[in-house]
Design a binder for this molecule. Structure first.
Ligand code: FE
Length: 331
């Protein structure tokens, strides 16, 4: 009898422990095949289960908002600083004070208020047809607005957040008036209508429909893996000046996380040397942690100087960028 009640007492104490010991719930706009291998590795190492759902960033953020304090989500993973900035701006994320994250993630790749942290880096750089151009023909994003490129430029639609972030960074650097001039120049140089995605745009460059465009590095990597004979190469622009426009895929801790400590531990682990290659290599991205080398297939594209402006600017100036692109007739 006595034994039993001690057992009941212990069981009661165990059950009333906060439930942070064994699971983390993640909402992810990165698809399952990009995240599951890491989470499996994390579970193997720590015993902590990672439950996740995947969806587009819009529905995930709507869901977080609608669920409010009742959300099961502890962490949000998504691409583009513009999206992470929105999540923070909507009050969906909580700030995290972590020396580990501060040490592992460079300052320009995380929120100055610590609501989100970059975990991998993608560069939005120049892609060109190697049968038509030499690297010495190219220099900067701004130069692609010069009339000498008339009828030679291909671009992805302005509806995509990647281009909104690129233009937001131009505004941060040059101010609105000059940024608008540049975007108007790009539009005037278009060889054809804008493309729905980076891959179709790069295929058009390879096919000779145009000579040059701007795209994310991993789309180039994926395309060249499939069709290595395509006459395409990357060019790193603005190396004498501000550097290449980079963006992130990253994560933040949900405002109403129920497993906060465990979620922070997972986030710290994702930024660590151990996990960074898993996070980046699977999508041909660059590790955010500067202590970690890129996959050889990515590293062979060469070193380049990043634009060191904080990627949060992409969010802050996104609305202005969208309006500017509309005014400039960039569809
Ligand atoms: Fe993408």
């Amino acid at each position: 009898m006595r034994k039993n009640s001690v057992f009941t007492l212990l069981l009661g104490a165990f059950l009333s422990l906060p439930a942070f010991a064994d699971e983390v719930v993640v909402y992810s706009a990165r698809i399952e095949q990009l995240i599951k291998p890491m989470f499996d590795a994390y579970t193997k190492e720590t015993g902590v289960q990672v439950k996740f759902i995947t969806d587009k960033e819009g529905p995930l953020m709507e869901r977080l908002k609608a669920e409010g304090a009742n959300t099961p989500a502890d962490m949000l993973i998504t691409v583009d600083a513009g999206n992470l900035w929105h999540a923070a701006n909507e009050g969906l994320l909580r700030p995290v004070a972590s020396k580990t994250l501060e040490a592992n993630v460079p300052a320009h790749l995380r929120d100055p208020q610590n609501h989100w942290f970059g975990l991998s880096v993608r560069a939005r750089t120049i892609v060109f047809n190697t049968q038509k151009l030499k690297p010495s023909d190219l220099s900067t994003y701004e130069d692609l607005a010069d009339p000498k490129w008339k009828g030679r430029l291909c671009m992805r639609t302005s509806k995509k957040v990647y281009n909104q972030s690129l233009v937001a960074m131009l505004i941060a650097e040059h101010g609105e008036a000059k940024a608008e001039q540049i975007v108007r120049g790009w539009v005037a140089n278009l060889a054809t209508d804008t493309f729905p995605d980076d891959t179709k745009m790069m295929e058009a460059i390879a096919a000779g429909q145009c000579d040059v465009g701007m795209g994310n590095t991993y789309y180039y990597g994926r395309l060249m893996e499939k069709k290595p004979a395509l006459p395409l190469a990357l060019f790193w622009p603005n190396q004498q000046g501000s550097g290449v426009h980079v963006n992130i895929s990253g994560a933040g801790i949900a405002k109403h996380a129920k497993h906060e400590k465990e979620a922070i531990r997972l986030l710290e682990w994702l930024s660590s040397a151990k996990a960074q290659n898993m996070f980046a290599d699977v999508n041909m991205e660059y590790p955010a942690n500067p202590g970690v080398k890129a996959d050889p297939a990515v590293a062979k594209w060469g070193d380049f100087k990043h634009n060191p402006i904080n990627v949060a600017k992409a969010g802050e100036l996104q609305a202005a960028a969208v309006k500017l692109m509309d005014r400039a007739g960039y569809k």
